[in-house]
Write a protein that binds this ligand. Structure first.
Ligand SMILES: [Zn+2]
Length: 375
C-alpha cells in the first residue's frame, strides 16, 4: 500500500473559513479517508512534480473556481485509517479572487463559517488542520502508548494536549483504550489535587480519548494518571489466559477464533468449530493449566508484516492479520505461542493462577462459545 500526500487549504474571509460538504454518496465523494457526508476544507492529492502551493492553487480552483494568490504551509499531519494513509499538508490563504461555486460532484455545497461555529460532522484530516491552526502548532505529535512497553505501569506523568468537553487527550498514556475484546481501563487523572475519574477510554482516529466525569482540565495542564490496577491486572490475567486457551484449542482442533470478550469475572472466546465434546473441553482446560503451571515468560515485540505473513502458525483469527498495518506487535508466550496483539499481558503465565471452565454454548452452525473464569 502506498502513502499519499494531500493538501488542505484554510481560506479565510472576514474571520470566516470556507468548508464544503462532501457528497454522502460514497462513490461520488472520492475520499479514501471515510469522508462521505462530512464537512471538509478544499484540497486534494498532490500531483507528480507539484509544489504544495501549486497543488493548493490547482485543487482550490478545480473545486471552487476561486483563484488563491498567497498561500503558506502552516502544518503537517499524518492521517491514517485502516486501509489508507495520507500525509496532509495544511496551507493558509487570506488573499484570493472569486466566490465559491460547486464545480465537482464530490462536494454538494460550499459555505463560510465562523471559526467558533464550525459545523459537524467534520472530515478528520480537516479537523486536524483546523486544530493545528487554532493552536498555532505546526505538528501535533501522536501520544505515546506507555502500556505497550510496560503493562505494569500504574502511574504516569503527562501533559494535556486536547480537551473537548469531557474528552481528554494526553501526550502519553498508560490507560488502555477498549479494543480487541479487552475492556478499557478506569482510573484517575489528577491535576492540582483535583481528581478527574476516567470512566471510559476509547481509540478514535488513532487517538486515545479519556472520558472524564467532569470538566475543568485545560490544554497544557500537567497531570498525573493512575490506573485502577485491580481491574487492569484482572484483565491482563484474563487476556493471557485467553491466549493460552485459544492456542490449545487451535492446536488440538485446528479451530480459528471468531471472537472474544474479556471481562473481570467471566470471559469468552468463540471458535469456528462444528462440535465440542465436553470431555475434550476438560482436557483443553487441563492442558491450559499446565501451561500456567510451567510459569512461562511472556514478551512483546514488533515484526514487519511480511515476516508475520510468512509465519503460518502466527494467526489464529478467522479474519486474518489486522489489515493496513506495516508492522505488527507480537505477544509471545515462551516456547508455546505467538499472536499478533495490541493488549496488555502478565509477564509470567504463573500469575494467572488457575483457568476455570464456566460454560460452553452453541452460537450457530459452526460457532462454539467457551466461557472461562480465573481462580
Ligand atoms: Zn489478545
Amino acid at each position: 500500500m502506498n502513502i499519499g500526500v494531500g493538501v488542505g487549504i484554510i481560506i479565510l474571509k472576514d474571520g470566516k473559513i470556507l468548508l464544503g460538504k462532501r457528497n454522502s454518496d460514497e462513490e461520488k465523494t472520492s475520499s479514501l479517508l471515510n469522508g462521505a457526508g462530512k464537512w471538509t476544507l478544499p484540497g486534494g492529492k498532490l500531483h507528480f512534480g507539484e509544489s504544495f502551493e501549486e497543488a493548493a492553487e490547482r485543487e482550490v480552483f478545480e473545486e471552487t473556481g476561486i483563484k488563491i494568490k498567497d498561500t503558506a504551509v502552516i502544518c503537517i499531519n499524518n492521517d491514517i485509517v485502516e486501509d489508507a494513509h495520507f500525509v496532509t499538508i495544511g496551507l493558509l490563504c487570506e488573499n484570493f479572487e472569486g466566490e465559491p461555486e460547486i464545480k465537482e460532484d464530490s462536494i454538494t455545497e460550499w459555505n463560510w463559517f465562523l471559526l467558533n461555529e464550525i459545523p459537524e460532522p467534520l472530515y478528520f484530516p480537516t479537523k486536524k488542520v483546523l486544530d493545528n491552526y487554532l493552536k498555532k502548532k505546526f505538528y501535533i505529535k501522536k501520544e505515546k502508548l506507555l502500556y505497550l512497553d510496560d503493562s505494569y505501569l500504574k502511574e504516569f506523568d503527562a501533559k494535556v494536549v486536547k480537551v473537548e468537553n469531557n474528552k481528554v487527550i494526553l501526550n502519553q498514556t498508560a490507560f488502555y483504550p477498549e479494543s480487541g475484546g479487552q475492556p478499557a481501563d478506569n482510573g484517575k487523572i489528577i491535576c492540582n489535587n483535583i481528581e478527574y475519574n476516567v470512566i471510559d477510554v476509547k481509540k478514535e482516529k488513532g487517538e486515545v480519548i479519556h472520558y472524564v466525569d467532569k470538566e475543568g482540565l485545560n490544554v497544557n495542564d500537567k497531570v498525573k494518571g493512575t490506573i485502577d490496577w485491580e481491574r487492569r491486572y484482572k484483565l491482563m490475567k484474563m487476556h493471557t489466559a485467553a491466549h493460552i486457551l485459544s492456542a490449545i484449542i487451535n492446536k488440538m482442533t485446528g479451530a480459528l477464533i471468531t471472537g472474544n470478550q474479556l471481562g473481570i469475572d467471566k470471559s469468552r472466546i468463540d471458535f469456528d468449530l462444528e462440535e465440542f465434546n465436553r470431555e475434550e473441553l476438560k482436557d483443553y482446560f487441563n492442558a491450559a493449566n499446565d501451561v500456567v503451571k510451567f510459569d512461562l515468560a511472556i514478551k512483546s515485540y514488533t515484526v514487519k508484516r511480511e515476516e508475520a505473513e510468512a509465519d503460518g502458525n502466527l494467526c489464529k483469527l478467522a479474519k486474518g492479520l489486522p489489515s493496513g498495518l506495516k508492522e505488527l506487535r507480537i505477544v509471545e508466550i515462551d516456547i508455546f505461542d505467538k499472536q499478533p496483539d495490541g493488549g496488555t499481558h502478565v509477564a509470567w503465565t504463573g500469575e494467572i493462577g488457575k483457568i476455570i471452565f464456566l460454560d460452553a454454548e452453541n452460537k450457530g452452525a459452526n460457532n462454539r462459545r467457551v466461557y472461562f473464569g480465573l481462580e
